[in-house]
Design a protein around this ligand. Structure first.
Ligand SMILES: [Zn+2]
Length: 467
């Protein structure tokens, strides 16, 4: 069953087909955090969504290169560095570390690359030079370099690929130096911002004079460097569609002359307790605020994953309590199955995994996917109540949960001994052995070893040992 996703570029649900002719490798870029504070729950919805996309692609057999940048130079950051009388690196590294810790607490797989904007200044400058050479960027009297929307359109390029822009009603032709500007304006945006006194010692030399990059060009430079001029997937929150993503497309396609990204995926907003999050309403939460209230990253992840990514989601503390109850149901069921299976291993129950895969393939229909999980819990509980589950059926059921959890990433409480991914690999090895594919079985054994696990075949089942 082919994976279908909603592509903002075509405004339609499309079958996913990677650019790789072998159909295997996938490049995926997600706009990362601007590290001037702790990320809030609205930000986390986007990052958990990116993790879901990555896990779904990996579950579907693709080899994903997941890149998420760290924006470590930007207007707000510079303001705070000055207010706190610290250095750029000292200030941003505190929030970068916190971000990566929180990402882990939410069960997200760490991106393969987390490029920092300040370490890509040479690539950013090279990209701007290309745009100047093509006559699409220009140096203005204020010393900054701007991208000309008019020149871009004059080359037959389309500005407004991700959303319909009424260019006549918008204030085209203005210049905007700020990283955050009115969404209603279609203005020439800054690629390179000339050094001003407020920047203090935060600036870099360049052929256009001392200054620093604009936010949009950073993402173009880092994504192209990591994934090539054209890559498969670009993700972000829907608030980034315009101007950030639209400007990324314009800069990148103007510089390379090639299509930038095949599929653009956007996650919807989040409300908290029915309202737009704001500090004054008392409904503004970082992950740390929620952990301090006694909730876990696992519960937050579960709740964020219950909604469809394209629907506005109302995040509530009651919802989090509900997440606790729901996860406890899964934990109890898995715990009992483990007792029955008693170290027996089996191939995953195919029907269950298939139903779950179908839900995912349908543009990540999570309510249907969780529906399959809880239907399984209910049926399993029934079968356990009437003693109709033997060890191998219980093992097949557990292996199926292990497979599904490769995507869900919530694990099971008290499971520290053998992670779900290792259980799934062991189950795959059992399947290979049953099919007399001993070469594959050996490969999986080597893979397990590479991940730090040795397995021993016992008459009753498999024994796992951590190296
Ligand atoms: Zn970005």
């Amino acid at each position: 069953m082919a994976l279908k996703l909603f592509n903002t570029l075509t405004r339609s649900v499309q079958e996913f087909a990677p650019l790789d002719p072998a159909g295997k490798e996938v490049g995926m870029y997600c706009c990362g955090p601007t590290v001037y504070d702790y990320a809030h729950i609205g930000n986390w919805r986007t990052f958990v969504f990116a993790d879901l996309v990555r896990r779904t692609l990996e579950f579907s057999g693709y080899e994903v290169t997941h890149v998420m940048n760290i924006t470590d130079v930007e207007d707000k950051i510079i303001k705070r560095v000055r207010e706190n009388k610290t250095t750029l690196r000292e200030f941003t590294s505190k929030y970068e570390t916190a971000f990566l810790d929180d990402l882990k607490a939410l069960g997200c797989r760490e991106p393969h690359q987390n490029p920092r904007a300040t370490e890509y200044i040479a690539e950013i400058i090279a990209l701007i030079e290309k745009l100047i050479a093509r006559g699409i960027a220009y140096k203005a009297n204020d010393g900054s370099v701007y991208f000309s929307i008019t020149k871009y359109q004059g080359c037959g390029c389309h500005y407004g690929q991700l959303l319909k822009l009424n260019l006549d009603e918008m204030r085209a032709g203005e210049r905007v130096a700020s990283d955050e500007y009115e969404k209603e304006s279609v203005a020439d945006f800054a690629l390179w911002k000339a050094r001003v006194p407020d920047d203090g010692d935060i600036f870099w030399p360049s052929p256009f004079g001392e200054g620093r990059p604009g936010w949009h060009i950073e993402c173009s430079a880092m994504s192209i460097k990591a994934l090539g001029e054209t890559f498969d997937l670009h993700l972000g929150g829907e608030d980034l569609k315009f101007p950030h993503h639209e400007d990324e497309i314009a800069q990148s396609e103007a510089a390379t002359g090639r299509p930038f990204v095949k599929y653009w995926l956007h996650g919807a907003h989040l409300l908290v307790e029915g309202k737009k999050m704001s500090k004054s309403l008392g409904n503004f939460f970082t992950l740390r605020d929620l952990l301090a209230k006694g909730f876990t990253g696992r519960e937050v992840r579960y709740l964020l994953l219950t909604a469809h990514y394209r629907e506005t989601f109302n995040f509530t503390l009651d919802g989090l309590s509900g997440a606790k109850t729901a996860l406890a149901r899964i934990d109890e069921c898995v715990g009992k199955l483990r007792v029955i299976a008693d170290n027996t291993t089996a191939a995953p129950e195919a029907k269950l995994v298939e139903q779950f895969s179908l839900a995912l393939a349908d543009d990540l229909n999570m309510s249907a996917a969780w529906g399959e999980v809880f239907k399984w819990v209910t049926e399993t509980n029934k079968r356990m109540a009437d003693n109709s589950l033997n060890a191998s059926t219980a093992a097949a059921s557990l292996a199926a949960w292990g497979k599904m959890d490769l995507v869900l990433g919530v694990g099971t409480k008290g499971e520290a001994d053998v992670p779900a991914e290792i259980l799934a690999l062991a189950a795959a090895r059992t399947t290979a052995k049953q099919a007399r594919d001993f070469k594959r079985a050996d490969e999986i054994r080597a893979e397990l070893k590479a991940q730090g696990w040795v397995i021993e075949d016992l008459p009753k089942g498999i024994k796992f040992k951590k190296i």
